[in-house]
Design a protein around this ligand. Sequence first.
Ligand code: GLA
Length: 387
Amino acid sequence: MSLDLMAERTATLFARCFGHPPRWVAAAPGRVNLIGEHTDYNSGFVLPMAIEQCTVIAADANDNRDVTLHSVTTGETARFSLRQAIQRGEPAWSNYVRGVLAGFQRRHKNLPGLDAVIDSSLPYGGGLASSAALEVAAATVAESMLDRPLKSLDKALLCQRAEHEFAGVPCGIMDQFTSILGQKDRALLLDCRSTTMTPILMTDPTVTVLIVNTNVRHKLAESKYAERRAECESAATRLGVSALREATVEQLEAASATLEPVVLRRARHVITENARTLQAAQAIPESDWPKVGRLMYESHASLRKDYEVSCPELDAVVEIAQEIGEAGGMLGCRMTGAGFGGCAVSLVRTEAVPLIRRKIDHAYERKSGRQANIFVSRPADGARILK
Ligand code: GLA
């Protein structure tokens, strides 16, 4: 469904729920990370792009300081009051909005109430930053409600804190940043230490980004994420650096005899992944696709063996991609996002898209017994008010 149609449908539903048209309709995109995985919370480099799939919120303020949120996706309604400090609550998805409004409430004592209808074309929990898109869409509505736009970094940090405190996930800054800063036709090279962004032009019409949703989400994903973060912090301490971004392969080799094997592997992933990300950011504008593809496969192998965040279903998609190979129009493929399920991202020759879709579809079902969802996206714009 096109964004315009989704916005119109959400606005119509709002009018039906609340008896008048919405004052604002905001949209915030999900993201796919091309390369640079589990590097953001190590102050490193990431290379994501915002995607066309997004979350839309139709909304209006109210004077009674109540919040009513209706989700089109789940059919559930969340209700809470702003007269007291906002707490975590049910349904689970409402926590992303609760956390964001709590952030605004800290700054503005008299935050008005909110009526909203929320729709999304992003798979929930599919590794495409559906939670960041919801946070950023909610923050975009709140900015309009208060008529006070935040600076991008400020907004990203407010949304990230919502995720830390209300969803209990100690995420990095990549997803929120990308949903805010996304640019049409550009991937974003983010330096997560300086929080600066360099747009990377991606307009070659012969290459398409193809996303494969494995439709699995393994239990423990959240707890393993927190565990990896802690392992990286301990690796940094052992190497005498403030974050793994500062460490080099030489330093790691020198310390290898004294480090536990797990710590060594985690650090090796982060250090090599940062280097791969910078190389990919150079190769994309040069249309050196075979090189980008190679880096993506290397990234996946490192996430699978050293970082241990892949799973059989993601590995199956990458194996299928390797079987299709360059001759079949497949340039590269890797898991994307936190891992333990979710999506794989691949770069494919545009002319081969229909055939590759069919091949992955069949082979994935054969290997995993599951159905994949396969779709394409151009790099898209970041969050905005549509109305
Ligand atoms: C999740 C987090 C991001 C990042 C990725 C892994 O998407 O929200 O901050 O750490 O995992 O690269």
